[in-house]
Design a protein around this ligand. Structure first.
Ligand code: NDP
Length: 275
């Protein structure tokens, strides 16, 4: 039986590449984004296999309507891909409350609402998969990415608890952590108003992202193929880093966390009440 996918942010980059590999595998994809015209060619090329629907993931009421409509017409959603996203650079002090909340709406509250909306029918069938597009910035961070990383760390924490709850019900959860991939992400990046004192730290990140578009090492088509392979594996990983940069950054970060824990282990353990 072919699967039914619901992909958010399918109008470009990873979402489009994931749609293409799922279609090549013979599955049906409901491709969603705010701008549906960018997905029209996919629907035209694969009639009956790609369906295009408008969905802004920050619109909770619309999420309910779309999920109900897809389940009514297709009978189920087998795979949810929470992919829609946008990047942002700003020092923690520069990033406004409104900027933070807008990133959280897009990367955390929208995906959480989609998870709640698709789970009842997945639980009923004891089957399904949820793919959470995080980032290597969901495991580690550096100057300029406090807001972006905060949302991806939140998504990862949510997903680590989620997998414990739904794995016994036959539902897979996979967190994808790409490094730099050649999508439209860098072209659409937003930046906070600058404070001069952060020129030496966040300024470096601002320059890096300004010149990054089009030179990222990662190929989204290869990432999409890797996501499909991991999803179909008998042991789907909870974490799937993608790209040399992601693997290196996450391993370095894990070493740093381990070093802090072991260096301060005795102090940490000596904080219990006497037995
Ligand atoms: P793109 O800019 O190419 O794609 C982003 C997609 O998200 C578009 O389809 C856009 O469509 C959609 N989108 C943006 N805002 C909303 C919204 N409010 N509601 C619904 N859809 C929305 O970037 P990527 O493909 O790179 O990004 C996809 C995911 O991958 C993101 O979550 C990003 O954080 C993550 N990622 C990307 C990396 C990279 O190097 N490319 C690295 C690590 C993580 P539209 O504007 O039509 O709504």
């Amino acid at each position: 039986m072919n699967r039914v996918w619901l992909v958010t942010g399918a109008s470009s980059g990873f979402g489009r590449a994931i749609t293409e590999v799922a279609v090549a595998a013979g599955d049906v994809v409901v491709a969603t984004a705010r701008h549906t015209e960018a997905m029209r060619d996919l629907a035209d090329a694969h009639p009956g296999q790609v369906e295009v629907l408008p969905l802004d993931v920050t619109d909770k009421a619309r999420i309910e309507v779309v999920v109900r409509d897809v389940v009514d017409r297709h009978g189920r959603i087998d795979v949810l891909v929470n992919n829609a996203g946008r990047s942002h650079v700003g020092a923690a002090e520069e990033t406004t409350d409104a900027e933070l909340r807008s990133l959280f709406d897009l990367h955390f509250f929208g995906p959480a609402a989609l998870v709640r909306a698709v789970l009842p029918q997945m639980r009923a069938r004891r089957s399904g998969a949820i793919v959470q597009m995080s980032s290597m910035g969901g495991q580690m961070s550096f100057a300029g990415f406090s807001g972006y990383s905060a949302t991806k760390f939140a998504l990862e924490g949510f997903s680590e608890a989620l997998v414990d709850e739904v794995r016994p019900l036959g539902i897979k959860v996979m967190i994808v952590e790409p490094g730099g991939f050649r999508t439209s992400l860098m072209d659409k990046i937003s930046v906070s108003e600058e404070i001069a004192d952060y020129a030496g730290t966040v300024g470096t990140t601002r320059r890096m992202v300004r010149n990054a578009g089009g030179t990222e090492p990662g190929d989204p088509a290869k990432a999409a193929a890797a996501i499909l392979a991991a999803l179909d594996a008998p042991q789907t990983p909870l974490h799937l880093p993608l790209g040399n940069d992601s693997v290196d950054a996450i391993l370095t970060h894990l070493d740093a966390v381990r070093s802090d824990v072991t260096t301060w282990e005795k102090t940490a353990r000596d904080t219990a009440y006497p037995q």
